[in-house]
Design a protein around this ligand. Sequence first.
Ligand SMILES: Cc1cc2nc3c(=O)[nH]c(=O)nc-3n(C[C@H](O)[C@H](O)[C@H](O)COP(=O)(O)O)c2cc1C
Length: 206
Amino acid sequence: MTTQELTTKDAIEQRHSIRKFKNDRIPEEHILALIEAARLAPSASNTQPWRFKIVSDEETKLKLVEAAYHQSFVGQAPVVLVCCADLHGYFEGIAARSQDFGKEGALEESMVRVLRERAEQLKTMNVQDLAPAIAFNVAIAVEHIVLRALDFGLGSCWVRMIDEQKIKEIFGWSNAMHVVALLPLGYPDEAPAPRKRRTIEEILLD
Ligand SMILES: Cc1cc2nc3c(=O)[nH]c(=O)nc-3n(C[C@H](O)[C@H](O)[C@H](O)COP(=O)(O)O)c2cc1C
């Protein structure tokens, strides 16, 4: 399998959602390089709540297809990443990291105090209510994977149309694990035309 290091601009422009994959196996080291790209993503207070389950066995992939409202292309990908947020880890992390920031001098002392207060406040909240906010961090890490995948000639497609409860049941996960998306990955067997985008004028606010 060839590796080609693309510029960020190339990767952004060449990425399209891929829903048809070749059968070819993805080398393990390339999958690990993708996880490494996720690992380096930024996160609120450096909490790094992302967790990934690598699925390549046919039986589990079929269950994921069912949990994705029968989007069959999910099962045709040689690898499906189940992209999650560890909600409890995030809570614990945010308190611990506010201390680190103080020590590293990355934030002003007044901001460290604000962070600590916020961490205390968060503890009084229902963690499930915070799931969408925590999922933001995971989305950034997933997009790192999507773009890095192009260096290995791999295509992918974000899949959010999922029954989260069903996915948690497949793996026996508690509610502390929030499933953010599935990411089928494989060598493209299609070359879709770029999908229409709004113009710059349309997205810039006055
Ligand atoms: C958060 C998110 C959720 C998505 N969910 C699905 C999905 O469940 N099934 C699917 O086929 N495509 C899904 N997509 C892909 C979008 O349809 C696609 O990104 C969009 O149409 C633009 O096309 P492009 O990615 O080729 O530029 C999703 C994309 C994002 C970012």
